[in-house]
Write a protein that binds this ligand. Structure first.
Ligand SMILES: Nc1ncnc2c1ncn2[C@@H]1O[C@H](COP(=O)(O)OP(=O)(O)OP(=O)(O)O)[C@@H](O)[C@H]1O
Ligand SMILES: [Mg+2]
Length: 169
């Protein structure tokens, strides 16, 4: 049987500070199969973001500590690698390429000093054998595909110049 695309097994994560130990995740296990869409649902503070951030190793450590578990990723359904044990080069190959994250807060997760277009083009440049010019073109095409109005102009705008989806934007 093919290995799942992603298999989280017995994952436990705590946040350890001088004041207290917050056991944010306790023995979490679930699989995501190829082609499957999985939603994590739960009340605020139940650990959805911590689970997602742990997959790409984006939790600040300290204070985050992995107490148990594995995060097995399989690109081909046969070999599995534990994302918790990849070195920084191997992680960089996967981040933004095989596994990506759309953050909850665009105003804090995009870099304010670079244009929106450049930040999308950068992901393409880092992972594809392409030129800056082609990456720029492809970023604009992606803006078109997701139906952003006036993609060329959005490419040149900084994050604070875009609407965050709220009426004030
Ligand atoms: N950087 C951090 N340092 C300390 N504790 C943290 C940190 N990030 C998350 N936590 C704690 O981990 C627990 C799980 O938080 P998490 O952000 O994953 O919840 P969530 O399910 O995503 O909530 P929401 O629906 O509000 O987004 C909470 O108790 C939270 O306080
Ligand atoms: Mg969250």
């Amino acid at each position: 049987m093919a290995a799942p695309l992603l298999s989280i097994q017995d994952l436990s994560i705590s946040f350890i500070t001088e004041e207290r130990v917050n056991k944010a995740l306790q023995h979490i296990s679930f699989d995501v199969k190829q082609g499957e869409i999985v939603a994590l649902v739960g009340e605020s503070g139940s650990g959805k973001s911590v689970t997602s951030l742990s997959i790409l190793r984006l939790l600040p450590s300290p204070p985050a500590v992995v107490n148990s578990g594995q995060i097995l990723f399989s690109e081909d359904g046969r070999h599995q690698s534990d994302l918790l044990h990849l070195n920084s080069n191997e992680l960089r190959r996967i981040r933004g390429n095989k596994i990506s994250m759309i953050f909850q807060e665009p105003m804090t997760s995009l870099n304010p000093v670079f244009t929106c277009g450049r930040q999308v083009a950068e992901a393409l440049l880092n992972h594809k054998n392409t030129t800056p010019q082609k990456a720029r073109q492809e970023a604009i095409e992606w803006f078109e595909k997701v139906k952003l109005p006036d993609p060329e102009s959005i490419y040149k705008r900084y994050p604070h110049q875009l609407s965050g989806g709220k009426s004030s934007g």
